[in-house]
Ligand binder design. Structure first.
Ligand SMILES: [Zn+2]
Length: 382
């Protein structure tokens, strides 16, 4: 009796999660294979404030890769895409979003369509059974007209499917939806809950779940892919855009202690004029005593988050996965991983065996990493 309660207390006090089972994820031996493409690198001039805060001098532009995931179900051979990135000809988006490109605010580096990347990698488009949009923003929907009409489209039930020109301000157009089966995922029917996130078992065998993560846009959803019987990849869409919106937190710091060299680097790569923690001193940021994530979701009137408060709630839930040693969280635009991500044709399944998470979770505080936005940029040539 005492032993049992002692164990229970030590779990609570120590705060270490025993396993993914504590989230309510059922056992299964069914898995999916996951591979990732970067469809392109985009920049939105002077728009970083629409994503997070604070914005330090010299970091006003939003820079982001656009990841698209190929998910293959091992039991059936079915293939899914989770998000498609942006089409390579953004001037042909619906006018309300094409304006980002025509005004010069949006710049694309080496734009490609995901369909070209798939075919170039030997994946025929007719083998893609379904495309899942985390949400219907232009940088996730690709160009559906290039997929055969046998490819189903899966969207969150609350997704706004208004079409330009019937609705002049619509961000979608007929070619995004026409000529194919469109299935809406309704989480009110979900009977699973993981870390307070409603979940739907997509294949019915525990290999791939869709998760309800509203806030960024109505109908926004994410996915949890079981890549081995005991390890997972959470495909986080735009629940957050920069890992500094989720890290660090106490549980994360406990399970993923910052390596000594990066602790030292963080003393000066994070400006104490803008960020603080209990053991920081002026000019020397102390990471281990920081209990709160570094960046906050933008709640400005022009925020890219349709509902910042609900977005924060979804972020908090997904952040519990981010702190877990058995779950790798990959958001759609994580620029901290741009140069370290094992891209297609590599498989992401063995991320745990490769220590990928341990090796990369703190990259965002490295001075040379493009995610390092925590010190002002002064005149470097001066
Ligand atoms: Zn996005």
């Amino acid at each position: 009796m005492h032993l049992i309660s002692g164990l229970f207390i030590s779990l609570l006090v120590g705060g270490t999660r025993a396993s993914w089972l504590d989230f309510g994820i059922p056992h299964s031996n069914a898995t999916v294979d996951v591979r990732v493409f970067n469809v392109g690198n985009a920049s939105l001039a002077k728009e970083a404030h629409t994503i997070y805060s604070p914005i330090l001098p010299g970091h006003e532009d939003a820079l982001f890769p656009m990841y698209s995931f190929l998910v293959e179900h091992n039991n059936s051979g079915k293939r899914l895409m989770f998000d498609l990135g942006m089409r390579k000809d953004p001037l042909n988006l619906a006018p309300s979003v094409a304006i980002f490109a025509s005004s010069g605010v949006l710049q694309l580096e080496e734009p490609k369509d995901i369909t070209e990347l798939l075919q170039g990698g030997g994946i025929s488009l007719s083998s893609i059974d379904a495309v899942i949009w985390s949400h219907a923003h232009f940088d996730h929907i690709g160009d559906m007209s290039k997929f055969p009409n046998t490819t189903e489209l899966i969207i969150g039930a609350e997704t706004d499917t208004a079409i330009y020109p019937n609705s002049p301000n619509a961000t979608l157009q007929a070619s995004d939806l026409a000529g194919r089966k469109v299935t809406k995922i309704d989480f009110s029917a979900a009977n699973l809950t993981f870390s307070d996130l409603k979940a739907i078992d997509y294949f019915g065998d525990g290999s791939f779940y869709l998760l309800n993560t509203p806030g960024h846009l109505p109908g926004h959803m994410t996915a949890l892919a079981r890549v081995t019987p005991t390890s997972f990849i959470a495909l986080g869409g735009d629940t957050f855009h920069h890992v500094g919106e989720a890290r660090p937190r106490p549980q994360f710091q406990q399970n993923f202690p910052c390596p000594a060299d990066l602790l030292e680097e963080a003393k000066t790569s994070i400006s104490t004029d803008y960020f603080w923690s209990p053991r920081s001193t002026e000019g020397a940021f102390d990471m281990p005593s920081r209990a709160q994530q570094l960046l906050a979701i933008s709640d400005l009137p022009d925020s890219f988050y349709a509902d910042p408060v609900t977005s924060q709630v979804s972020l908090e839930k997904l952040a519990t996965f981010d702190a877990d040693p058995d779950i790798l969280v990959l958001i759609a635009h994580d620029i901290s991983l741009r140069s370290s991500m094992p891209y297609y044709p590599a498989y992401l399944n063995d991320w745990k065996g490769n220590n990928f998470k341990e090796r990369t979770v703190w990259s965002f505080v490295e001075k040379t990493n493009p995610a390092s936005v925590f010190t002002p940029i002064t005149n470097r040539t001066g």
